[in-house]
Every structure is written in structure tokens, then in C-alpha cells.
Design a protein around this ligand. Structure first.
Ligand SMILES: [Zn+2]
Length: 305
């Protein structure tokens, strides 16, 4: 029986409750289920899923790179798994953008990482948003870049590239060039409604342009890691998924724009339901679709004034 991670955890808790104990059980395994899912994707690259944004990793004898850090406890669990691949320190820790579910684990990983790298806007937004909250101690990038960062490390070449404002004002794509795996952070919410951060420098209108540039810059063989997906399996994918996200955002903008032109109010537009052709998207939290319509309305109207 092959269980998904969630089913495995559910089964484990049932077992722990004493409802069902088969004779041939491996107790060590059942009562200590892995906290998250550590999975190899291609070559020395993989992902870690537990909570928050997908962590990307590269682990070899001569280089260890981590992309995004979730939260302190899940970052610790990720590092324990990473250690099984390579005993080496983390050479580079990248943040794709400043949101707490991608950067809160920096505080744990900083003692094991030589460098924390992000786009300069990502660092500034992290400082602005979380810098005054003593209950959430932060570790900030100690190296930033404006357009692109490239470094040869071990047998890999890793680059980080900024394509313009989209999900936030400081998103970048981290590319393991030789393995051809690219982490796009929250530039793609795969088959699910995206979070739109207007206060964090994001731009719905520019977001499809950024995805267009990404689709031209990387190749059809690039394996993409997404910050979030409608399911665990959808946290990775191909160029098809980049284009699907671009198509949704373009349709969202056109739909809201047409509503504004015919004099519809924000409330009417927000209550209009699915964007035509995109009924299959999942709401990861209640009200996500409405929020997409409202934020798009706000941005388009603000531009007119
Ligand atoms: Zn985000």
C-alpha cells in the first residue's frame, strides 16, 4: 500500500490511538513518521515540503545550496534530511522573496550557512515587514543583487535572476543551470489562486509579463519548483505550468478590466465567481478567488486615477 504523506500521518495517528494494530508492524517507523517530505527531483536537486513555501535544495560532496527556509522548526527537519545527502555546510541560502513562509527559517539555518542571498528588494521588504516584531526574530540576507547573481559552486552553476515586480516587489528565480532545475518561488501558485501582495510591491498587471520573460529565458527541459501548488505533486512542474499561471493572470486582468469598463462596482466584480475558463483552480484558503478579483480591481482603478 503506497500512502501519500498526509494519509501516512493520518494512518499513524489512528495507529497511535490504538484503533488498529496489525501484527507485522514496524513500530519505529510508524511512531516516528518523517515530519515532511524530502524528495529528490533530478540529479543532486530536490524539494522539501512540510509547511509554508516549498524548499529547494542542491546537495553534493562539493556544494550545498538551499532555496527558501519555511519556518525554524521545519527548516531544522529539512536540514536533518539534507545531512543524509551531504555533511557539508550550506554554502548558499537563497530567499526567493520576503514572505514569512519562505524566510522565517533563516534564523535557524543561518548558523549552518555561509551566505544568505536575495534580491535587494526582498531584503528591504523583509526588514520593513518583520523588522519591528521581536516575537519573530529574523535573519536577513548578507548578500544582495539587483539584476542577477551567478556563482560556480562544485560541479554546479547557480544563478538568481530578477524579472520585475509580480507576486512581490522582490521575487527572483534561482536556477541550478547544469541540472536545469529552477525555483520560481511564489511567481507560480500551481493550479491554485495566488496570494497577491499589493503592499509588498507586487503588481498583478506586470505579473504575466514576468512569466512571459521566464518562459523565454528558461527551456522546455527546465524542471520548475513552485512556492505552492494545489497538491504536493503540483509543487513541481514544467513550462506548461508557467504558461497556465500566465494565462490565468491575463484572463483575470481582462475579466476585471471588462467589468470596470461596463461600470460594475468592486462588490459586484468580487461576487462574480469564477474567471471564465478557470473554474478548476483550487482555493487554498477561503476567499482566495474573491481576493484575486478585489486586488485586481484595486490595482486597475488606482492606475486610472
Ligand atoms: Zn509569497
Amino acid at each position: 500500500m503506497k500512502l501519500t504523506r498526509k494519509e501516512f500521518l493520518r494512518t499513524s495517528s489512528l495507529l497511535a490511538g490504538g484503533f488498529f494494530i496489525p501484527a507485522s508492524i514496524n513500530f519505529g517507523k510508524i511512531f516516528n513518521p518523517p515530519a515532511g517530505s524530502f524528495k529528490t527531483l533530478r540529479g543532486d536537486c530536490g524539494i522539501y515540503l512540510e509547511k509554508g513555501g516549498t524548499i529547494g535544495w542542491y546537495a553534493a560532496d562539493d556544494a550545498v545550496v538551499v532555496v527558501d527556509s519555511q519556518f525554524p522548526d521545519s527548516a531544522k527537519n529539512m536540514l536533518a534530511e539534507l545531512r543524509k545527502k551531504s555533511a557539508r555546510r550550506i554554502d548558499l541560502l537563497f530567499n526567493t522573496h520576503h514572505h514569512g513562509d519562505h524566510t522565517s527559517g533563516n534564523i535557524y539555518l543561518k548558523d549552518f550557512a555561509d551566505r544568505i542571498i536575495a534580491h535587494e528588494n526582498c531584503k528591504a521588504l523583509q526588514e520593513k515587514n518583520y523588522g519591528n516584531d521581536p516575537s519573530k526574530p529574523q535573519a536577513y540576507p548578507n548578500f544582495t543583487f539587483k539584476k542577477e547573481w551567478t556563482q560556480e559552486i562544485g560541479k554546479e552553476v547557480v544563478s538568481a535572476k530578477y524579472f520585475g515586480p509580480a507576486h512581490t516587489g522582490g521575487d527572483s528565480v534561482i536556477h541550478f543551470q547544469r541540472t536545469n532545475v529552477a525555483h520560481v518561488g511564489d511567481l507560480v501558485f500551481n493550479r491554485t489562486y495566488p496570494f497577491i501582495d499589493s503592499n509588498g510591491g507586487g503588481s498583478i498587471e506586470n505579473w504575466p509579463n514576468v512569466l512571459e520573460r521566464i518562459s523565454k529565458f528558461y527551456s522546455k527541459d527546465t524542471l520548475f519548483i513552485f512556492g505552492h501548488g494545489a497538491s504536493d505533486d503540483l509543487t513541481t512542474g514544467s513550462m506548461t505550468d508557467i504558461l497556465a499561471m500566465q494565462n490565468y493572470l491575463t484572463a483575470l486582468i481582462e475579466f476585471v478590466s471588462a467589468g470596470i469598463k461596463t461600470g460594475k462596482s468592486k462588490e459586484v466584480i468580487a461576487a462574480s465567481g469564477e474567471v471564465p475558463g478557470f473554474g478548476g483552480l483550487k482555493e487554498r484558503w477561503e476567499g482566495a478567488r474573491k481576493m484575486n478579483l478585489e486586488k485586481t480591481y484595486d490595482e486597475l482603478v488606482k492606475k486610472q486615477n
